[in-house]
Design a protein around this ligand. Structure first.
Ligand SMILES: *Cc1c(COP(=O)(O)O)cnc(C)c1O
Length: 362
């Protein structure tokens, strides 16, 4: 393999497309005749303004983002959005959350600091191994928004059909599935994603927010950085943004456009995940941790049902040169994260390894 790179199955930060890393390498010492690296560049310079404008334009084209939505690049990662969402959107102090795993639980805990949180559906009864039926939820009329985590990174579930919010604003954490498949932005009031799972380097979230949800009547104690309005009014450059992450993400947006967009990305992601799920479904040693209809294309947790055997596979996988396959402690076993940049060869190599392990442990 070129560069002797490993198949990195990490849940995040995760793999990036090799051609993107090569471009970044080539522009490292002198970005397009500017005489400097993007890391060294003023965010007020013309050349950086072009980088951020192009990144936004490419993302808008990729996701077909309607004109009445703002695209914001905000530092602080995913966890900051757990607070920013309720701080900015809880106008009447009430929101509905759907509890599907570790990341929605964290969002719920944070939102409770700012208002009343109603958990209108949950899959806690079966260790978050499925997505609950959300076709007819008890949503109060004065609820400000309905919140979901669209792909639970740790538990391995994905929403294949969005909840019926009964006309209320839908907010979605897309961190671990952002740009993995087509998305109809108009179905949402706000989409946010920490970029280090499926797009670029850690330290930034992309927020896509419908303009009428950007308020200027927040609690006056709200830190200026925590107001979506600050970022919307200043083109994500009220203060120094994460220039490096914006630059790298912009390259990935362009890469995805050249590849054929999100339809093509979804086709590849389905084919790739299928390699692993087909194996799990016929294996006598391993089984997937999620009901088939709610399985994620990005994060695939699986177990043997025996802790010692799980530990033996993890150890053998390291020996065989695979990285980051140990499952999260709340699910146990193993987890293969196969984001956009993981090639299908990685999934095939993993299955070949698991087949061999199973043969040897009959
Ligand atoms: C990783 C992750 C987060 C948290 O992101 P940080 O940038 O580490 O704060 C939130 N939601 C989901 C779904 C994630 O996968």
């Amino acid at each position: 393999m070129k560069y002797d790179r490993t198949f990195n199955f990490s849940a995040g930060p995760a793999m990036m497309p090799e051609s993107v890393l090569e471009e970044i390498r080539d522009e490292m010492m002198n970005y397009r005749g500017s005489g400097m690296c993007v890391m060294e560049m003023s965010h007020r310079s013309k050349v950086f303004q072009q980088i951020i404008d192009e990144a936004e334009a490419d993302l808008r084209a990729l996701m077909h983002i309607p004109d009445n939505y703002k695209v914001l690049f905000i530092q602080g990662g995913g966890t900051l959005q757990f607070a920013m969402v309720p701080m900015n959107l809880m106008k009447h102090g009430k929101a509905c959350y759907i509890e599907t795993g570790t990341w929605s639980k964290k969002a719920i805990a944070e939102a409770k600091k700012y208002g009343e949180v109603q958990i209108v559906a949950s899959s806690a009864d079966k260790n978050f191994s499925y997505i609950p039926d959300c076709s007819d939820l008890p949503i109060p009329d004065d609820c400000d928004y309905v919140y979901i985590c669209e792909n639970e990174t740790i538990n391995g579930t994905t929403w294949h059909k969005l909840p019926n919010t009964k006309g209320h604003v839908l907010v979605s954490d897309q961190s671990s599935m952002f740009l993995s498949r087509p998305c109809n932005v108009a179905d949402y009031g706000l989409i946010w994603a920490g970029v280090q799972k499926n797009v670029g380097p850690a330290g930034m979230s992309v927020v896509i927010i419908r303009e009428d949800l950007i308020r200027d009547d927040l609690d006056p104690k709200t830190p200026i950085y925590m107001m979506y309005k600050t970022h919307a009014d200043n083109g994500s450059m009220y203060n120094t943004p994460n220039c490096w992450a914006i630059y790298c993400c912009g390259k990935v947006f362009k890469y995805l456009r050249n590849l054929g967009g999100l339809e093509e990305m979804e086709r590849r992601n389905k084919a790739k995940a299928q390699v692993i799920y087909d194996f799990l479904d016929k294996s006598k040693l391993f089984r997937g941790a999620v009901v088939p209809q709610d399985r994620s294309l990005m994060n695939i947790p699986f177990v043997t049902g025996d802790k010692d055997m799980d530990a033996a596979v993890v150890a053998a996988s390291k020996e065989a040169g695979f990285d980051n396959l140990k499952g999260h402690k709340s699910v146990g076993g193993l987890r293969a994260s196969v984001y956009n940049a993981m090639p299908i060869e990685g999934a095939q190599a993993l299955v070949a390894f698991l087949e061999k392990f199973e043969q040897e442990h009959k």
